[in-house]
Design a protein around this ligand. Structure first.
Ligand SMILES: [Zn+2]
Ligand SMILES: [Zn+2]
Length: 160
C-alpha cells in the first residue's frame, strides 16, 4: 500500500499571497457572527499558526506570543473560535495535550504519534480512504469526518 508521509503537509496554495487573506476572511466572518472583532491579538495567533510547520500546543503559542501582551486565556479562546469555524483542528498526544494545526486547504491526512518523544508525523493513505468511502457508500452512511491516529515509536525512538 502506498503511503505518503511527511512531518507536516503544506497547503497547496501556501506562500501564495491570497492564502493568508482567505484564512483571515473565514475567521473574521465567524467572529462577526459571534459579535467579535478580528483584533490584532487574534490575527497574530492566526498568523503564527499559518506559519507553523508542525502541530503546536497551546503553551508553545502562548510562550512565543506573550511578548506581544497576549495572555494564555486569549490563545485558548482564539483556538476554540478557530476550531469552531473549521480553520483549525487538533491532535491529542499520549500525554493528553492537544496540538493544533491549520486545516484550510491542507490535504486530508492522518497522524502517527510517537509515545516516546511525542513527535507527530502526518500520513496520507489514498487507498485506505477509498476503502472507507466504498464501505460507507455500501452501508448508506454519510461520513462527515474521520480520524486515524496510530501510536507507537518513531524511527528515531525505535532505534534508540
Ligand atoms: Zn519518537
Ligand atoms: Zn496534522
Amino acid at each position: 500500500m502506498t503511503a505518503e508521509e511527511l512531518e507536516f503537509f503544506p497547503a497547496a496554495s501556501q506562500g501564495g499571497p491570497d492564502y493568508g487573506e482567505r484564512i483571515r476572511a473565514v475567521f473574521e466572518k465567524h467572529l462577526v457572527k459571534q459579535g467579535l472583532n478580528l483584533t490584532k491579538q487574534r490575527l497574530r495567533i492566526l498568523d503564527f499558526l499559518i506559519a507553523a510547520k508542525r502541530h503546536l500546543e497551546l503553551d508553545e503559542i502562548y510562550l512565543a506570543l506573550r511578548k506581544h501582551g497576549i495572555g494564555r486565556a486569549t490563545v485558548f479562546r482564539s483556538l476554540k473560535l478557530l476550531e469552531e469555524c473549521g480553520l483549525v483542528d487538533h491532535v491529542t498526544t499520549t500525554k493528553g495535550a492537544s496540538r493544533f494545526e491549520i486545516k484550510l486547504e491542507r490535504p486530508h491526512h492522518d497522524h502517527l504519534i510517537c509515545v516516546e518523544c511525542g513527535n507527530i508525523q502526518e500520513v496520507r493513505w489514498p487507498q485506505l480512504e477509498k476503502i472507507q468511502e466504498e464501505t460507507c457508500r455500501k452501508l448508506g452512511f454519510a461520513p462527515t469526518w474521520h480520524r486515524h491516529e496510530i501510536f507507537g515509536r518513531c524511527r528515531r525512538c525505535a532505534k534508540a
